[in-house]
Design a protein around this ligand. Structure first.
Ligand SMILES: Cc1ncc(COP(=O)(O)O)c(C=O)c1O
Length: 447
């Protein structure tokens, strides 16, 4: 195939094994995207759709941002790659300072990874290394939460709580992991914002600490808002209580902000929005507006100091035996720096916060559609549960297809639609997303 016709349907769809996809049905009826600009994407049939989920929560600044494209291309012409081990380039240090200025508290040490999954794996290893450095090598247990999603690598998959992801690989899970129950209670149906009830679900952590010994637990990891299982908003007081229990037992608190990071809640991070500072925080996705893979782990100064001070390695040997060939590569750093510029210039988190009530009102206006069984939302993210027709887990994708035909694209999971508009949306774009969702969901209900 020549480069000219790469935007059309390729001669063969057989060889590409697509991730998290129903490969067989996709290949019978492909949905290829050939162009993306601003809030719109266009498929191979020339159909223009509004992007209702910022890709996979990746592009809050809109598609095709010239500032990012130009920054990356300039960087590639000057320095395309340099090895990140015992070497570096100025950009990654500048970016780390700029990220550290936006993270809360003393989360000032920045470790680069390749994506969200590798950020989580890194956070897990840093937690283990920290306790070892403090002489607490017995702290090896991790606490995750049901319905959490922390990527697909062994550690992240194990601490995650998405049943299908775990079941398939039950034989190779990380040892020493236990789960708290999720916080989504029956009375949270159609609750806008943070539910008033459910803070007591945090006591699951206290129970696990009692059962297994808090002194044996390395860290507890949660998403401030569970994103991939359909936007589960933390009950009021829940995250604060987790922080208190972690402090009581010397357990590190890790916030996985791969989705909630960079403005999705209306603040730079969920940690800031909910006033709870973790010890380690992961981010990815919007860090580069989705255009080049990059993950980031922000770590408290004290954790970095403990690990680097404890090292007795000879000069030139790493203090932490961990890192990636693509940790903080120049093109990703250039994209992330351009994104930081846009965040600052356009006061983008404020924009997200101001747009949120309009978006949430629109989202909750879909309540009257017969097959909608619950709606949740916070900031610029929402979840809509759809009544299943035959088997559980199919309604989300079936509805997605009707919505795609109606002209709005988003992510579905199980029986839930995940809506996460771009922050650059104007009110008319939110109206368009909601109107097309109404058409698509109603058509699913009638089908
Ligand atoms: C909270 C969270 N953590 C980790 C990940 C994994 O990120 P990636 O797909 O970039 O590996 C995701 C992806 O959606 C996520 O939502």
């Amino acid at each position: 195939m020549s480069s000219q016709n790469r935007t059309n349907i390729p001669n063969s769809l057989n060889e590409h094994w697509m991730p998290f996809s129903d490969n067989k049905s996709f290949k019978k009826n492909p949905r290829l995207i050939v162009e993306a600009k601003g809030v719109y994407i266009t498929n191979h049939e020339g159909k223009k759709m509004i992007d209702g989920s910022s890709g996979l929560f990746c592009n809050p600044l809109g598609h095709g941002r010239r500032e990012i494209t130009e920054a990356v291309s300039k960087q590639l012409e000057k320095l395309d790659y340099c090895q990140p081990f015992n070497q570096g380039f100025g950009g990654s240090f500048e970016l780390a300072s700029r990220i550290a200025k936006k993270t809360p508290g003393d989360l000032n040490k920045i470790f680069y990874t390749i994506c969200g999954s590798t950020a989580v794996e890194t956070a897990i290893k840093i937690a283990v290394a920290y306790h070892k450095a403090k002489g607490h090598g017995h702290r090896f247990k991790f606490i995750g939460r049901e319905r959490g999603y922390h990527g697909v690598n062994i550690g992240g998959m194990t601490v995650g709580g998405m049943v299908n992801n775990i079941k398939a690989f039950a034989s190779i899970l990380m040892p020493g992991v236990h789960h708290m129950r999720h916080t989504h209670l029956p009375e949270h149906k159609f609750v806008k914002g943070q539910p008033e009830t459910g803070a007591e679900m945090a006591e699951d952590l206290e129970r696990l600490a009692t059962n297994f010994g808090g002194e044996n637990i390395a860290a507890c990891i949660v998403e401030p808002i569970a994103g991939s299982t359909g936007t589960l908003i933390p009950p009021k007081g829940y995250l604060k209580r987790l922080r208190e229990i972690c402090d009581k037992h010397g357990i590190l608190l890790i916030f996985d902000e791969v989705i909630t990071g960079w403005g999705r809640t209306g603040s730079a991070f969920g940690a800031i929005e909910y006033g709870v500072t973790p010890d380690i925080m992961t981010m990815a996705k919007a860090t580069t507006n989705g255009v080049i893979p990059m993950g980031v782990v922000a770590v408290k100064d004290g954790i970095y100091d403990a690990i680097t001070d404890a090292s007795s390695a000879p000069e030139g040997a790493p203090e932490l035996f961990h890192g990636y060939t693509y940790s903080g590569i120049p093109a990703a750093v250039a994209a992330a720096l351009a994104v930081q510029d846009i965040f600052d210039k356009e006061d983008i988190f404020k924009r997200a916060k101001e747009l949120s009530p309009y978006f949430l009102d629109g989202l909750f206006s879909l309540k009257d559609i017969s097959c909608v069984t619950s709606i949740r939302g916070y900031g610029m993210m929402g979840g809509i549960d759809i009544q299943m027709k035959d088997k559980p887990g199919k309604a989300g994708f079936q509805t997605f297809k009707h919505c795609y035909d109606a002209g709005v694209n988003f992510k579905s999971t199980g029986d839930t639609l995940i809506i996460a508009p771009q922050f650059i949306c104007e009110k008319k774009h939110i109206d368009e997303i909601i109107e097309k969702l109404r058409t698509g969901i109603s058509n699913y209900a009638k089908s």
